[in-house]
Design a protein around this ligand. Sequence first.
Ligand SMILES: [Zn+2]
Length: 149
Amino acid sequence: MRRFLYTLCQCTWGILQTIGGFFVFLRYIKCKHFIYHGAVFTEWKNPDASMSLGLFVFVSETLSEKEDGYREQVIVHEYGHTIQSLILGPLYLIVIGIPSSFWAMTPMMINYRKKNHISYFSFFCERWANYLGEKVTGESSPKQKFIDF
Ligand SMILES: [Zn+2]
């Protein structure tokens, strides 16, 4: 029942990001997929890049080469973003998607984090995703780990 409601909400209230995620899913259809607490995960070839769009989550296949447990922690973190999609619905892309992309990808923010040794997960939407992921799955997130990307 819980999983049904999760899927239903992602396909109605969270439809904007779920449709976007579906097209990305189709683009990476040949990659490995798995279901985690109702979310459809794809392991794509983008190194160190993860993305969460409604029902669909994309994580790097190179995560399994990282330190023990990090892959699982990132999965919990990304799952937390899917919960944000349930909470924010049509506002998800504005409140989470845009700030998160800016924080993750702009050279200015990357340099800022490196220079000040600030965790990627300290930004409000990332910290919140960690919190929600842990709360809903009962598993461990990356906390305030320092990562480079
Ligand atoms: Zn994130």
